[in-house]
Write a protein that binds this ligand. Structure first.
Ligand SMILES: [Zn+2]
Length: 339
């Protein structure tokens, strides 16, 4: 079978890889229907994170089960399934508390940008749709594999709820999904920070009530002007840089909360958090805990996070899928094997 392999910065190749097989009795092998490129894949693509050896890449997918190990009971061949980027057993003590991102038996994928994929801990990781979904729902189901769950996690971590004012730092796919999550969770005011027209349009389609184009102190002032002069109740930080965390701590009100889901690079401004009585929570998303509810919202066409994909290519053109995101020609690239 064929899949994407990163060899070095700016060198992602479509090449032949070994056919995945059932190794553990808890495994499933799926035929990937759609996969995508993550902002976090770009860390290696840009040479910021090392690539010591050629490595299969990708951690977002949805597809059809081809085979299951003898211990698997909740999915069967022919089922359409989606799983989070962080496989989990969904039964250990941490998972039972909903902390599935920190599963005590956590496992990893070997490159989801591929024609086929071995899914470890299939019962814990995968959620099946009741029937084969309509083709136009595929992007939104795929978005649940990471970005929508991560945006949701930002909102849940910051305590977003009815009546709250929310500001979102970051207009990538995760930030846009965080806007959608905040709206779904009942926020009254949802402020998206973005200066890119295409991304502003998605934020508005997701229900953002305000767009702030300014950054830094001007961005903070613009958010304060919309929130009785004090800042937002909840700020969702969806970038991961120190600059973004400073933007978040400036935009949040005294006593407010920040949901952190950008993979952190640099320091945390603890001093600011302390003096403003700011609460912070966040980390990798508890995908498995959120998946059933979010899948229901997608299948009932209540939410459509799939509109964050503004480029669709055959898997064989994976190099262009990366380049387009790297050069910000695309918000997020979807790839289909056998397309
Ligand atoms: Zn677990």
């Amino acid at each position: 079978m064929y899949g994407a392999v990163i060899h070095a910065p700016r060198d992602v190749r479509y090449e032949e890889r070994p056919e995945p097989t059932i190794i553990e009795p808890t495994d499933a092998v799926i035929r990937v229907v759609a996969a995508c490129v993550c902002g976090s894949d770009l860390w290696r693509y840009r040479g910021i994170s090392p690539v010591p050896n050629p490595t299969p890449i990708g951690h977002e997918y949805c597809g059809v089960v081809e085979a299951v190990g003898e211990a698997v009971t909740t999915v069967k061949p022919g089922d359409f399934v989606v799983g989070g980027f962080n496989p989990c057993d969904n039964t250990c003590a941490a998972c039972r508390k909903g902390a599935t991102a920190n599963c005590l038996n956590a496992a990893h994928y070997e490159g989801c940008q591929a024609e086929k994929l071995r899914v470890p801990l299939a019962d814990g990781t995968l959620v099946a749709t009741p029937e084969m979904p309509a083709d136009d729902l595929i992007p939104s189901i795929l978005a649940l594999s990471d970005v929508m769950c991560t945006g949701w996690h930002a909102a849940v971590s910051a305590g977003v709820g009815p009546g709250k004012s929310v500001a979102v730092v970051g207009d990538g796919a995760v930030g846009l999904c965080a806007v959608l999550a905040a709206v779904q969770l009942g926020a009254q005011k949802v402020i998206a920070m973005s200066r890119h027209e295409a991304r502003q349009k998605v934020a508005t389609a997701f229900g953002a009530t305000h767009i702030v184009v300014e950054r830094g102190d001007e961005g903070i002032a613009a958010i304060q002007a919309l929130t009785d002069g004090i800042g937002a109740d909840c700020v969702l930080e969806c970038v991961g840089t120190e600059e973004a965390r400073l933007q978040a701590s400036g935009a949040v009100r005294v006593g407010g909360s920040i949901g952190l889901v950008g993979v952190p690079h640099g320091d945390l401004p603890v001093e600011q958090f302390f003096w403003k009585n700011i609460g912070t929570k966040g980390g990798p998303a508890n995908c498995r805990a959120y998946l059933p509810h979010l899948l229901e919202l997608v299948l009932s066409r209540t939410i459509n996070p799939g509109i964050v994909f503004d480029l669709e290519l055959p898997l064989s053109e994976i190099a262009e899928a990366y380049a387009a995101m790297d050069e910000r020609r695309a918000i997020k690239s979807l790839v289909r094997p056998n397309a």
